[in-house]
Design a protein around this ligand. Structure first.
Ligand SMILES: C[S@@+](CC[C@H](N)C(=O)[O-])C[C@H]1O[C@@H](n2cnc3c(N)ncnc32)[C@H](O)[C@@H]1O
Length: 253
């Protein structure tokens, strides 16, 4: 593991990772039926109802936000990538729904006591150093009304550490390839991902790194951010165990 990649991600790296290539391979990684199921799970875990005011932080190209809107929630999606937001808006227009998409940084949010629920879905939490990751939680807490809840979905560190790194994962779309090489840095508790895109005869390399927190660390951070209680679930919303591949955390303000 080179020390260079076991560190928080810069804004430039985020922009280059979450680019048009990310959208291009999106339908291979998360086909529509998988996104339908995930949106259903978000709806249930956040106990959403018709008209609930929901904020997605790091909404990407809107695959979950647009589906929640179709189900009757009032959705705001925030993302740092203009390219992904444009795709989210065009998909919303095709579906005939109204989602408010906002270009911004989850470390500094403009809302106070506004939302019934907020969420960071699909490994969208942990890109920064501990201070900034905790800042995201405080900003999310401030954006929620009293009693509102926050959902975070990340890999489970327990299961990740059982893998024999590096792991290589290949996605293919026609002649295009997306090669992901995962490694883990046990000294910083970060998972690191080197991505190689081979598309239309060109090769591009990007990098992502995210901190992997255990549940007790989430509880400490979320309480200190202003949440009163915190629950843990597995990938499909079942009880979280040492065999759960994902850790879904739900915190109530
Ligand atoms: C792994 S993607 C998940 C997208 C979406 N939640 C989904 O399930 O498809 C993470 C998203 O977080 C966004 N992001 C990264 N850093 C951000 C920041 N500082 N503020 C807002 N969004 C950010 C990226 O642009 C990307 O769209």
């Amino acid at each position: 593991m080179s020390e260079d990649i076991a560190r928080p991600v810069s804004s430039q790296e985020l922009e280059s990772y979450f680019s048009e290539d990310y959208i291009h391979f999106g339908c291979v990684i998360n086909p529509p039926d998988a996104s339908d199921r995930q949106a259903g799970l978000v709806w249930d875990l956040l106990s959403l109802a018709q008209g609930s005011a929901v904020l997605e932080l790091g909404c990407g190209y809107g695959r979950i936000a647009n589906r929640l809107s179709e189900k009757g929630a009032q959705v705001v999606g925030l993302d740092i990538s203009p390219i992904l937001l444009k795709k989210a808006e065009s998909d919303a227009a095709e579906r005939g729904i109204n989602v408010e998409y906002v270009l911004g940084d989850m470390r500094s949010l403009p809302w106070r006591d506004r939302f019934d629920a907020a969420f960071l879905w699909y490994t969208t939490f942990g890109y920064f150093d501990d201070a900034d990751n905790e800042r995201v939680l405080r900003e999310a807490a401030s954006s929620l009304r009293k009693g509102g809840c926050l959902l975070i979905d990340n890999h489970s560190r327990i299961v990740s550490l059982r893998h024999k790194f590096p792991i290589c994962d290949v996605a293919r779309l026609n002649d295009d390839l997306r090669i992901d090489i995962y490694s883990n840095d046990v000294l910083s508790d970060r998972e690191n991902l080197e991505r190689i895109i081979i598309r239309d005869g060109h090769i591009r390399r990007t990098h992502l790194s995210y901190r992997q927190y255990g549940f007790s660390e989430y509880v400490r951070m979320l309480r200190s951010a202003g949440f009163k209680s915190v629950e843990a679930y597995g990938k499909e919303g079942e009880a979280f165990t040492s065999d759960s591949s994902r850790l879904l955390v739900v915190a109530y303000k």
